[in-house]
Design a protein around this ligand. Structure first.
Ligand code: 13P
Length: 340
């Protein structure tokens, strides 16, 4: 492991007020999103859609890194250029999702544990050869009656930390993603408590597994009320609860925090990120940015619908969301940017 390479890659990922694009939906997840829009669920349609994203003109102006999936990193543009190479040529660092999914946790009804550590060292070496310079692993925490349990939080935190240590050994910056889900009727306060406890566990384990904090990125959820909670707090209240939780739990040595969107409407995700950067700009020791999938891609996917003739307008919609989120990172986003 060369710490300076990790530190350099991590700072490149959060430089110039850019953020990350998650385009690492597994085949089943991508197919589910295609099915809703009547797009064929084939490897070729997935390839065509990823080519649309990777070749969107000017994507590198707002996006510093893109997270690919195993199928996608092995695919090419129509002209034969591998996607990882095309991204690098556009000034975007290629990354790779390396977990193999969140599975039911034994003896823990309603809870998940993420798998994928077996053979990970070898897979990371292969992805590095293919051009990946960072990786992602997502742990899932559900809020419900008597959950999350302490054992679920500890097991997921330890797994994230073991993944992160293996990534750094292989020269890849780990994106550490503990996602507290929005599903449910829990309050913002419940989400705040669970997110705080989750992040405390994660950093205890990262330290225990000797992960270099300067060479990683944290990818957390925003602190939000559950989707079915009758009280939905304002953008500023969400911003305050989220940043206060992060200030309590995330060491200043971590260079960047890049949120997942988790199914929030695209414009709301931008507004919330913007409010955090406006209200806490001078108090945050880390860069606060985005690593969205749905909140960047969804409008483009809905325009494309699998049709070649719609590629250009879908790319425009993608670039628009990427630019809105870059503005949000700067604290310069406003609703007036929408509809332009
Ligand atoms: P969403 O932004 O759609 O939540 O996806 C982010 C991600 O990478 C989930 O692992």
């Amino acid at each position: 492991m060369n710490p300076q390479i990790l530190i350099d890659t991590a700072s490149q990922l959060v430089a110039d007020h850019k953020g990350l694009l998650a385009m690492d939906e597994s085949d089943p997840t991508c197919n589910k999103r295609f099915a809703k829009l009547g797009i064929p669920q084939t490897a070729d349609a997935r390839r065509a859609y990823r080519e649309l994203i990777v070749t969107a003109p000017g994507l590198g102006e707002s996006i510093s890194g893109a997270i690919l999936y195993d199928e996608t990193i092995r695919q090419q543009k129509k002209d034969g250029t591998p996607f990882a190479k095309a991204l690098a040529a556009a000034g975007i660092v290629p990354g790779i999702k390396v977990d193999t999914g969140a599975k039911d946790m034994a003896a823990h009804p309603g809870e998940k544990i993420t798998e994928g550590l077996d053979g990970l060292r070898e897979r990371l070496a292969e992805y590095f050869q293919m051009g990946a310079r960072f990786a992602k692993w997502r742990a899932v925490i559900t809020i419900g009656e008597n959950i999350p349990s302490r054992s679920c939080l500890e097991a997921n935190a330890q797994t994230l930390a073991r993944y992160a240590a293996l990534c750094q050994e292989a020269g890849l910056v780990p994106i550490v993603e503990p996602e507290v889900l929005m599903d449910g009727a829990h309050t913002l306060e419940q989400c705040r408590r669970v997110t705080e406890e989750t992040l405390r566990n994660v950093f205890i384990q990262l330290n225990c597994q000797r992960v270099l904090l300067e060479g990683m990125i944290l990818k957390p959820n925003m602190v939000l009320p559950g989707l079915d909670c009758p009280t939905q707090e304002s953008v500023d209240e969400v911003a305050d609860a989220t940043v206060k939780t992060l200030l309590r739990t995330v060491p200043a040595a971590v260079p960047g925090i890049a949120f997942l969107s988790g199914g929030q409407p695209s414009e709301l995700a931008s507004a919330r990120l913007n409010a955090m950067n406006v209200r806490f700009k001078s108090r945050m020791p880390w860069a606060l940015t985005f690593s969205f999938s749905r909140a960047i891609q969804q409008p483009a996917l809905e325009i494309w619908q699998g049709q070649e003739a719609k590629v250009k307008s879908a790319q425009q919609a993608l670039i628009h969301r990427a630019q809105c989120n870059r503005a949000a990172r700067l604290g310069a986003y406003s609703a007036a940017m929408e509809g332009t």
